[in-house]
Design a protein around this ligand. Sequence first.
Ligand code: KIV
Length: 274
Amino acid sequence: MDIKSILELKNKRKITMLTAYDYPIANLVDQAGIDIILVGDSLANVVLGLESTTQVGMPEMLHHTKAVTRAVKNALVVADMPFNSYQINPQDALKNAQRFIEEAQAQAVKLEWFPGCIAVTEQIIKSGIAVMGHIGLTPQTADKIGGFKVQGKDAQSAKNLIGQAKALEKLGCFALVLECLPDKISELITAQLKIPTIGIGAGIHCDGQVLVINDMLGLFDRYTPKFVKKYANLSPIILEAVNDFKNEVLKEKFPAPEHSFTIKEEEFKKIDER
Ligand code: KIV
């Protein structure tokens, strides 16, 4: 997948996007034919056990993006720019965006909307880096938008979101994440844009859908947002396997002969220490 093929999918078929943070999961997601893999800053919550996405920075995001791009052969890899890596000034934002492309081999970066977003996005796009926008519930600045709540529920805030979407399209973003919006507002935005919208908690009318992989696999149960559908429940499966291992070690059932190595008896006999 590349930017052009993602753009061409609008009005043809829905776009699929999932997060991944490491080599084995990225490999599976890619094998399944998912269009876009996002190395999301949700890494903070679902992998690193932190409270907020504002607690991960460039080192963590670069490290995990590198692991993902090592695995991926087909999907478009988008790296999420972490808090304070672009809400600074356009020049430093560009330098950080370049690191994701040059050092970590991502094909695009994602930026959440914030008041200075236009100048920063413009600078990054002008340098030739593909940008995915993100509007609605923007977790990095949730404290400034009333918390982790559905956005665009009154006419004025919905109009603001439509304005943000159009502005980001005009700047040259190749796609937009719409997070936690009433379905009718996402439908309006999706119909007015030429670029695809990818929804999370934004209803069926978006051009594509994204979920956090640990949520949809049942690997994160600290909290589950309403928009999450669990397609698998891996936690009990992993717990059972770990318990089986523990019990077999305690009962001396593991390792069995087929997991062990041998030495020829005549060699063994030559060892003085016996
Ligand atoms: O960090 C993330 O996982 C995201 C998705 C929720 C879109 O930004």
